[in-house]
Write a protein that binds this ligand. Structure first.
Ligand code: ZN
Length: 144
């Protein structure tokens, strides 16, 4: 397998950890970065694992789901109260786990599906690293 990597920088979105006993329970935001590692066994006609210029579908997924969103856990006990108070104030993205780690798994699963579909199975995602800031990050790289 050969790999290549692309990073999406400064994606602003918020989240909160409803069951945390510290400040993570408060709604707050980060300028997140997502680094995706792609893999394949057979490169394309240009010698690429993936064509960086043809990954707009990943940027589109980020723009539609994460950019300027608030990422809530589906089981957040305050979800309805917060969102219903001013629905027009929120771009809500619901997930099972809004931690750095949970988002790394989610983005991996979404991007892997998209990349496999776009390349007819020739390429895939091997790893996703998500950074909420310059100090804290999580990486998901399941074994195949
Ligand atoms: Zn945070």
């Amino acid at each position: 397998m050969i790999t290549c990597r692309k990073t999406y920088l400064d994606i602003p979105f918020g989240h909160r950890q409803p069951f945390h006993d510290g400040h993570c329970k408060f709604i707050h935001g980060h300028n997140w970065s997502i680094t995706v590692t792609f893999g394949c066994d057979e490169r394309d006609i240009n010698g690429f694992v993936v064509d960086y210029g043809k990954l707009g579908f990943l940027k589109q997924w980020i723009d539609e789901n994460l950019d300027h969103a608030c990422v809530f856990r589906k089981d957040d006990p305050l979800l309805d109260t917060l969102v219903n108070a001013a629905p027009e104030a929120w771009k809500v993205f619901l997930v099972d786990d809004c931690s750095n780690e949970g988002l790394a798994v989610l983005v991996f699963e979404e991007f892997d599906k998209l990349v496999r579909a776009e390349t007819n199975g020739r390429a895939w995602v091997t790893e996703v690293e998500i950074e909420e800031d310059s100090k804290n990050s999580a990486k998901y790289a399941p074994k195949f």
